[in-house]
Write a protein that binds this ligand. Sequence first.
Ligand code: RFL
Length: 394
Amino acid sequence: PRFPVVVVGAGPAGLTVGNILRAAGVDCLVLETETREFIEQRPRAGVIEEWAVRGLEQRGLAQNLLERAQRHTQCEFRFGGQRHRFSYTELTGHHHYVYPQPLLVTDLVREYADVRGGEIRFGVRDVELHDLDTDRPAVSYTDPETGQRQLVHGDFVAGCDGARGVSRAAIPAERARTARHDYGIGWLALLAEAPPSSDCVLFGVHPRGFAGHMARSPEVTRYYLECPPGDDPSDWPDDRVWSELQHRLAATGAPPLTEGRLIEKRVLDMHNYVVEPMVFGRLYLAGDAAHLTAPIAAKGMNLALHDAFLLGDALVAHLTRGESAGLGDYSEACLGRVWEYQEFSRWLSEVYHGASSGDPYLAGTTLARLRRVFQSPSAGLAFAESYLGKDPAG
Ligand code: RFL
């Protein structure tokens, strides 16, 4: 079989590319190693930036999101035992959407496969990419039902298989550079079966370590606790987690957190990477396959969507109208935003983790940085702009 585009990976990036192609009548095949049930439930991101929602809306992909997502207008930092509200919408007129990633993925799969008639194979094994540097690239995989190897030819391969996929590794080392940054910090990522304890996102900057609170739905709340990298989640029984969260997020006038059963407990070793360029021959990387940002600033899915909009539109322009400028500019057009978000993540990581670094100098300077966001209107505005993400239209 032959498809104009073979998309590797059915995350937000791959499914968005697939949907854009199908809307333009371009055939494509999406290959995914997991089952449909699994990807529709995998908990991860929740914060989507306004421009990204608009990008989905323009492509007919935001109907459920716009009906169901919460709109957030402020966040709260807690440090020095006090609450500090930051109303970014008041400063900028823009807000954040909160819509859990599994719901977005569910919407995107449904639209791609059930509405737009796109082809997708779940549960594929041992995906390999071939002849990427020629005009007849191919992808092979083992079919989960027959156990047979399948070979699919395409004109283009979209590598959207995330941080643990095969696409990035298919680029020879001398053809792309990977820049890495390891924070040397761990976050215990938690999902609690408990209603949110605040009407907005909370960031606790505490000498014992960072703690975060993010609503996901009226019944489920995401929490984060800074911990040593490589910590074992089994060292974090529920009692210890709640006592640490209560302690690090305590502030004058703030009610205690509403506790509940912890349904996810994973230690994330915070690191970032960026692959440059994001293109090798007929392979175009998008999303986490090309660049990872630790969830410090909640940027990963937004970058994945930005790449997917540009790649989907560029492939459509090339395949339906013979216009190849979009494909030519693709990598550079993505990387501007990628580096901007990487820099903000790094800046924010210092703010979150300075107080607990054990270095009193770093603790002093990063707390000063945080106070400046509240005391200086221009520093507040600059922070709000980075936090909300740059609007590609303006
Ligand atoms: P995904 O979502 O990882 O999708 C890749 C898909 O490819 C499949 N796959 C393969 N398929 C075929 N062949 C192979 N060889 C394959 N190998 C893997 C995988 O099963 C998967 O279905 O990548 P994509 O599309 O680039 O999307 C990226 C986002 O998922 C990611 O950046 C975000 O989840 C990051 N992130 C957050 N981003 C935000 O914008 N806001 C947030 O609030 C936010 N919170 C988070 C996050 C990530 C987290 N984790 C994973 C550490 C919170 C957490 C806890």
